[in-house]
Design a protein around this ligand. Structure first.
Ligand code: NAP
Ligand code: GDD
Length: 361
């Protein structure tokens, strides 16, 4: 198929309904791609992040298509890849909550680890090794974060959760299929990236949603786990561009993608509070740490041991020099811009909730 003289480039996105999948779909569609998003069956609607693409008549079922397949289902994956014969596959599908992976380790590893193998096998067995490029959503969780050090593509990997162990399997499978069969397969080792579309149980979104909810007078307190973990937080929009750049290189190479700056969860709370007009101070009370507003004495944040993980990743800080040099990639949105965008979004959601209670919970 071609559009004028230009051949149409076809991409499959596994995990299109997630945060990154939705931004990547927008990004590829803007570049003229034919985008095939893969969703899994759910008993409730799970397309909230891509509904604007589905309702766009110019692209829906013309440039943007949706297909059902679960990453646990090798048959569905195989027939999808065989039918579409895509130029690029982005594997973003995963049970991506690290804490939850301790409760549901089997399915987390089946999807996050073996899911990648099912895709790589489909590329190989359908004779697409020379024509289909593969992107694997690898993660800074691979490193384990036990030492306060900058991490790059050569740093030691020592995962500390079932989620990260599954991702380490996928990381090595991606490298192995590249070396053994010559598939253009790359790992994007992405540090944390956030946005207004971030799932509400990840800490940044939980904080922006929680504190704006308190500000709106709808929520009472925000309960959090470890306040001292450090993360290198970027914006998902910048990070999906890096995914695409990795597949446009001459040679398949793995890349770390990060901002090079990290903050504690506590600091993230403090920035959010200050942007919303609170002056937060911390104190210990009944074995919990309390963050209260010095102007009113109101408790905003309370630690809750129920949110601590069996193993913690204490310190993540990335060095993305290789991406800067080879991809020309640099993050455009800094933490202040990221937080402001998230706060604006969540403030609006609470405003709507005042008029239509519970629709967004
Ligand atoms: P996300 O919002 O949790 O999205 C995950 C996607 O995977 C969703 O579309 C989800 O579908 C889908 N999925 C889950 N289980 C599946 C299954 N069994 N079969 C098919 N699809 C399934 O995650 P994200 O933040 O966009 O991250 C994208 C990828 O990058 C993930 O693999 C994550 O592990 C990895 N990663 C993320 C970060 C980050 O900071 N965001 C950093 C490094 C790596 P539903 O919508 O139906 O749940
Ligand atoms: N989720 C959550 N909820 N985390 C909390 C809370 C809480 O109430 N309180 C403190 N934290 C701490 C966690 O213990 C962790 O140290 C840190 O906040 C960040 O947690 P998450 O936002 O859940 O993200 P993550 O770093 O564990 O994992 C995310 O980033 C990885 C890349 O480094 C996910 O997107 C993974 O899929 C991704 O691979």
């Amino acid at each position: 198929m071609s559009s004028g003289n230009r051949p149409i480039i076809k991409a499959i996105i596994f995990g299109v309904t997630g945060q990154d999948g939705s931004y990547l779909a927008e990004f590829l569609l803007a570049k003229g791609y034919e985008v095939h998003g893969v969703r899994r069956r759910a008993s409730t609607f799970n397309t909230g992040r891509i509904d604007h693409l589905i309702s766009d008549r110019k692209i829906w079922e013309n440039k943007f298509f949706l297909h059902y397949a679960d990453l646990e289902d090798a048959v569905a994956i195989n027939s999808l890849i065989l039918n579409i014969k895509p130029n690029e596959i982005y594997n973003l599908g995963a049970q991506s909550h690290v804490g939850l992976s301790f409760d549901i380790p089997m399915s987390t590893i089946n999807v996050g680890g073996l899911g990648s193998l099912r895709i790589l096998e489909a590329i190989l067995r359908n004779d697409l090794s020379k024509t289909t490029k593969f992107y694997q959503a690898s993660t800074s969780e691979l490193f384990g974060g036990l030492k306060n050090q900058e991490l790059d593509e050569n740093s030691l990997m020592a995962p500390r959760s079932p989620y990260a162990v599954g991702k380490l399997m996928a990381y090595w499978l991606t490298k192995n299929y590249r070396d053994a069969y010559g598939i253009f397969a790359v790992n994007g080792i992405l540090f944390n990236h956030e946005s207004p579309r971030r799932g509400e149980t990840f800490v940044t979104r939980k904080i922006t949603r929680g504190i704006t909810g308190i500000k709106a007078g709808i929520l009472d307190e925000l309960h959090l786990g470890n306040l001292d973990a450090m993360r290198d937080w970027g914006h998902a929009k910048d990070y999906v561009e890096a995914m695409w750049l990795m597949l446009q290189q001459e040679q398949p190479t793995d890349f770390v993608i990060a901002t090079g700056q990290n903050y504690t969860v506590r600091r993230f709370v403090e920035i959010v509070c200050s942007k919303l007009g609170y002056e937060i101070q911390w104190k210990i009370e009944d074995n919990a740490e309390i963050g209260y507003d010095t102007k009113t004495g109101k408790t905003l944040v309370r630690t809750d041991a129920g949110y601590l993980r069996p193993l913690e990743v204490d310190f993540l800080l990335g060095n993305a020099n290789r991406a800067r040099e080879l991809l020309g990639w640099i993050p455009k949105i800094e933490i202040d811009g990221l937080i402001e965008e998230m706060l604006e979004n969540d403030t609006q959601l609470w405003e709507r909730e005042k008029f239509f209670p519970n629709i967004n919970r």
